[in-house]
Design a protein around this ligand. Structure first.
Ligand code: GLC
Length: 790
């Protein structure tokens, strides 16, 4: 099995793929704001504006054979030999002499060499635009004069992606296009809604022919690999009126030996047809496109420069400084709505997911996070719980009944305030789903109160349809609605503790005492009811029986309640160590920590969809990457840096580059899960890109392992690293100041800070006070034996 497909080029902040036939499409996201374009290493993918379901611009065929069709295709045809190939390998899959794909931050470049012609296509979404530019550079590297035709091809989606793939009696009759001056307009639904359209233009070259009806370009029985128009060397200038709108141009290019030419295409979304020609013209020359590419690179460099590290481990540096932060912004933007594994139809902005996504992104742009928290809180019910998700286009919520959603709001709000210092946010008025408003503080109070007042027979929060683990559906079989979640109980403790601190710094002393009390009594309840002897049980089912106990044959131990017992402070020192030791013994593997063991072998209706999956996949015993960082954080709290870092490295995408053939998904971003030890493909990654793993892993490494953690009054420095490390450096922007932090570890401890010096002056403890003076500050941290935890 070939294991290496590419490498990291950190100087250019690019991942370089050297062969097109990656085990799965390796994709990139173009567009930092409202226009999203997913593109694979062979130019597959699609685009949408704001909402992957309602405003789908390009059609993509999920689960297609062959894999990864359609896309942003460019065919090159030699007029003499009649041979043709794709500049991006797909869809002709010709045997290219050279191939390279460079995924960069917000752009992708694919180059090829075939029969003496070099090509390089750069795809990007310029900042602030609702369009994508494809710039094709062609060079004649042969000794002969060459006459080529370039054919572009996209297939339009009829906007509503669900209808597009289901209702053919309707949608085969709504397609409409028009053509003017090298621009194909996609106008389906424009006659009804009149306020949006897509266009596909060639902005810098004469168009010799075009097609906008699919059958005219591909042929009735043709295919994307061998379109009839490309074979015949000419399009039919077709206009779609019904059937299947596409966009295809033919541009003739003559090249003398060594000569180079550039052909530029612009695909975009617009709300006024009259704006389009002006927009297209902006991109009529290569200099402008290069300039936009430069701006994009600068934009990304600036965003990710708010946190950077220099450690002894290159994989850590690569991921923390570049790719993990890039993924965090992508998940922040699109939640779980659209990836190569999320079809962009069922899931909008998830309440729990989006709250968690802010944790790994808040250091980049606080304003965006604040707005997101407001949008989420606006879908909260006055009772305190929340819609499960909302539509990005209308911001209207849907789905209800999960027991954890609302509690994440407290953690995201606290993390936003710690980063920004904006404590006043707590007293801003924010609407509920009904439109009635209260302060943000009250939103949080109601969230806690909901969980405090909805408890079951053991005095623990009812699980409802599910908690963080979507598949633990303990009430649907028996329908008694008595099942309880120990994880939510622990989250409630963590949330109440945070609320107590927020109340205290807001001068609400009585509230603070109340929340300390809530945390205390819920902790006692958990310790009384949910300790199994060597770990915490995961839940109680509808018959009041424990789930995740040594007494059952399968599903004896679950990861979530061990890590959260430590993170929330529910476990005392002895139980904390004991339960995390059980995790190490029973769940940890060389590919990461499994979510439970042993996996369920059969379907158990009383447990719900967790047992739908075969052993070792998804929530049934996979290495679920999202809760893995919880185990890392728990280990750092216990001071066991070697364990924490081992868990971190096991699922670190860059560290898995060397086993890319097994890992299969992209080695530059986290995936949702890696097949567990109970599965024959143990170690195989799945469902990449849009996952809470991105955000939580960033939190684990930056705030807990490297240990530079924003708090209300400043930055806490509390590293917990492998003992063998000599030290490391962190540069972090915090409330307008740049902190250059050097950590030394002369005694080779895992944890414990013996001194902190800020700008040459020793500070007591390990809090760097927020300076708020927009200046640079130099911090020296010495780790040492004196302060080792017991
Ligand atoms: C998926 C969901 C997330 C859920 C997790 C565990 O990643 O997006 O909301 O918490 O699965 O079930």
């Amino acid at each position: 099995m070939k294991t290496q497909y590419g490498f990291f080029d950190n100087d250019s902040k690019e991942y370089v793929i050297k062969r097109p036939d990656t085990p799965l499409p390796w994709i990139n996201y173009l567009g930092a704001d409202e226009y999203c374009a997913m593109i694979s290493n062979t130019a597959g993918g699609y685009s949408f504006y704001k909402d992957a379901r309602e405003r789908r611009i390009l059609r993509y065929r999920y689960n297609n054979v062959p894999m990864d069709r359609g896309g942003r295709y460019l065919y090159i045809k030699d007029s003499k030999s009649k041979d043709f190939w794709s500049a991006t390998w797909q869809p002709t899959m010709s045997d290219l002499d050279e191939y390279e794909c460079r995924h960069g931050l917000g752009y992708t470049k694919i180059s090829a060499e075939y029969s003496g012609i070099s090509s390089e296509v750069t795809y990007l979404v310029p900042l602030g635009e609702n369009l994508e530019v494809w710039m094709l550079k062609l060079k004649n590297s042969s000794k002969k004069k060459r006459e080529l035709s370039v054919f572009s091809f996209v297939e339009f989606c009829l906007w509503d992606a669900l209808n597009d793939m289901t209702d053919y009696q309707y949608n085969l009759n709504i397609g409409e296009t028009s053509y003017e001056d090298g621009t194909i307009y996609h106008l389906s639904r424009f006659r009804v809604e009149g306020n949006y359209l897509a266009y596909f233009a060639c902005s810098n070259s004469k168009v010799s022919s075009f097609d906008s009806q699919r059958r005219d370009f591909l042929g009735n029985y043709g295919s994307m690999s061998a379109p009839e128009a490309v074979i015949k060397g000419k399009c039919k200038n077709s206009i779609a009126c019904g059937w299947s709108p596409v966009g295809a141009h033919q541009v003739k290019v003559k090249l003398a030996p060594k000569e180079e030419k550039t052909v530029i295409f612009v695909l975009g979304y617009a709300e006024k047809p009259s704006d389009v020609p002006k927009t297209v013209k902006k991109y009529k020359d290569a200099e402008k496109v290069e300039e936009e590419l430069g701006k994009l690179k600068e934009f990304w460099s600036k965003n990710i420069s708010k946190y950077s590290v220099e450690t002894e481990d290159d994989d850590v540096n690569t991921m923390v400084n570049i790719w993990n932060q890039y993924q965090c912004r992508t998940t922040f933007n699109w939640s779980r709505s659209a990836s190569y594994y999320e079809a962009g139809i069922g899931r909008g902005m998830g309440f729990r997911d989006s709250n968690q996504d802010t944790l790994g992104f808040v250091h980049q742009i606080q304003g965006k996070v604040k707005q997101r928290i407001i949008d989420l809180a606006s879908t909260q019910f006055e009772e305190g719980d929340a819609y499960h998700q909302y539509s990005p286009l209308t911001k209207k919520g849907n789905g209800r009944g999960y027991s954890d959603d609302h509690l994440w709001l407290i953690l995201s709000t606290a993390s936003y305030i710690k980063e920004s210092g904006d404590i006043d946010f707590l007293f801003e008025e924010v609407p509920y789903d009904t439109g009635n408003k209260s302060t943000m503080y009250e939103h949080l109070e109601r969230a806690i109160n909901y969980s405090v007042t909805h408890v079951g027979p053991h005095g623990l929060p009812l699980i409802g349809f599910a908690d963080w683990n979507d598949c633990l559906n303990l009430t649907i079989d028996k329908g008694k609605n008595k099942a309880e979640s120990v994880m939510v109980a622990m989250m409630l403790v963590a949330a109440a503790r945070e609320m107590a601190r927020l109340a205290e710094i807001s001068g609400k002393t009585a509230d603070s005492t109340k929340y300390v009390e809530i945390a205390k009594s819920m902790s006692e309840q958990i310790n009384k009811e949910a300790w199994d002897g060597a770990w915490y049980v995961r839940a109680f089912d509808d018959d009041e029986k424990p789930v995740g106990t040594s007494k059952s044959k399968e599903g004896q131990i679950y990861l979530e309640t061990q890590a959260w017992a430590v993170m929330s402070g529910v476990a005392d020192d002895a139980r904390a160590k004991k339960c995390m030791d059980s995790v190490k013994k029973m769940l940890a593997t060389e590919h990461g920590v499994m979510i439970l063991q042993p996996s369920y072998d059969k379907f158990h209706p009383e447990l719900g969809s967790i047992t739908v999956y075969p052993p070792g996949l998804k929530e049934n015993g996979a290495i679920f990457c999202h809760p893995n960082p919880w185990a890392m954080i728990a280990e750092t709290i216990l001071g066991r840096g070697d364990n924490a870092f081992k868990y971190y490295k096991a699922i670190l995408p860059a560290a898995r580059n060397k086993i890319a053939g097994l890992h299969k998904v992209e080695p530059y971003v986290y995936c949702q899960m890696i097949a567990g030890a109970d599965h024959k493909d143990f170690g195989e990654g799945k469902n990449s890109w849009l996952t809470g793993s991105g955000s939580w892993n960033f939190v684990a490494i930056s705030q807990w392992i490297l240990g530079v953690r924003p708090d209300y009054k400043g930055l806490i420095v509390d590293p917990c690293v492998p003992k063998e490390w000599d030290g490391f450096e962190v540069k972090r922007t915090f409330r307008g100041c740049d902190y250059y932090i050097t950590v030394r570890n002369p005694d080779h401890v895992s944890k414990g800070v013996s001194s902190v010096t800020v700008d040459g002056v020793k500070v007591g403890g390990n809090l760097i006070p927020a300076m708020n003076d927009k200046k640079e500050h130099h911090v020296e941290v010495i780790m040492g034996k004196n302060s080792q935890p017991k």
